[in-house]
Design a protein around this ligand. Sequence first.
Ligand SMILES: NC(=O)c1ccc[n+]([C@@H]2O[C@H](COP(=O)([O-])OP(=O)(O)OC[C@H]3O[C@@H](n4cnc5c(N)ncnc54)[C@H](O)[C@@H]3O)[C@@H](O)[C@H]2O)c1
Ligand SMILES: [Zn+2]
Length: 372
Amino acid sequence: MRVVNVPLGTRSYSILIGQGLLPRLGFECQKLELGSRCAVICDRNVAPLFGAAAERSLKAAGFDPVRITVPTGETAKSLKTVQRCYDQLAAHRLERTSFVVALGGGVAGDLAGFVAATYLRGVPFVQVPTTLLAQVDSSVGGKVGVNLRAGKNLVGAFHQPKLVLCDLDALKKLPPREFRAGLAEVIKYGIIYDADLFRRIERDLPNLLKLSPTLLGEVVARCCEIKAEVVSQDETETGLRAILNFGHTIGHAIENSIGYGKYLHGEAISIGQIAAARLSARVLALPASDVERIRGIFDRAGLPTGIRLTSAQRMRLLDAMKLDKKISAGQIKFVLADGIGKVRWGQKVPEPFIKEALETATTRNSKPKARS
Ligand SMILES: NC(=O)c1ccc[n+]([C@@H]2O[C@H](COP(=O)([O-])OP(=O)(O)OC[C@H]3O[C@@H](n4cnc5c(N)ncnc54)[C@H](O)[C@@H]3O)[C@@H](O)[C@H]2O)c1
Ligand SMILES: [Zn+2]
């Protein structure tokens, strides 16, 4: 088992990464001095896969878990689902010392984390991420929240978990398309922070896609280390933490304007990161060979590298970008790369450059897929 610490003073916690960890959930929670009652929040796909094992482990350690099952998919990340969770927590008399276990992907994590952040003005929570995206990204760092019709993650809080438990075995059940979507965040860490990680993914991609356990453990742990380093320096995103949004300005606009259903988050940010690399070439003179390496790795990972849009749709994409909550005073700011492994945040980009990058991104190598 690998352990990565997230140093945040009194809110510090550990990320445990390894195989066969789910049966240890209760034992690990015992160390946290939590109350006996808890709620396991998971979606309808995850409940039959891991719900019983999580509850068995919690019960064996003396806890009294209640399961709350929520619908699957991005639309479940809503205030309506939050309300239903509150009602069930209240019905089961969860108290201030009781805790919430978020079991599942980023949707369950963000939702359950938001419920934990707000129920009784905040109760402790534990993340048990079961998708690659959740293990390397959403379960770490304490950003929790839900969507509004106007856009993604518009309501939320910072609420750090007490523990993150990443059981790599869970990924064996994950549909390949979801695994590849998670790789988009893994590749992102290489681009923004760690050229060696990027090279390693370039070299070992076939083994990573085969879920080779040692490699997977090392890569997940390295991504968590990077996220922990960034978050511990800038917990509430006043500066450095923004680098984690590389590719996300365009990625979120794709999700918001084309709809949540068509592209998975990882697919949208794959297109977004390639567009951001092209902008980086224009604004920061990122070498063309690096742009090609970035495009190539997403392509080899089976991720979309562009989308085909009409000019009207492209305008909608630009409008969606202007609505993104990261924009201040109408100015769209980007995270751009000087080189692979080194980025700068808060980069102002002239609108014609954005249009140009979008034109390239939205006419090339279109691989629209139906949601599986
Ligand atoms: N809080 C953050 O810092 C942060 C960071 C990145 C992304 N996010 C959020 O994460 C969400 C996306 O997360 P996601 O990609 O994990 O999506 P998800 O939670 O919807 O999971 C993807 C699908 O896989 C299923 N699933 C989960 N684990 C499984 C397993 N082991 N085996 C089989 N099926 C499994 C789920 O039921 C779902 O259908 C988005 O809402 C995004 O905004 C948050
Ligand atoms: Zn992301």
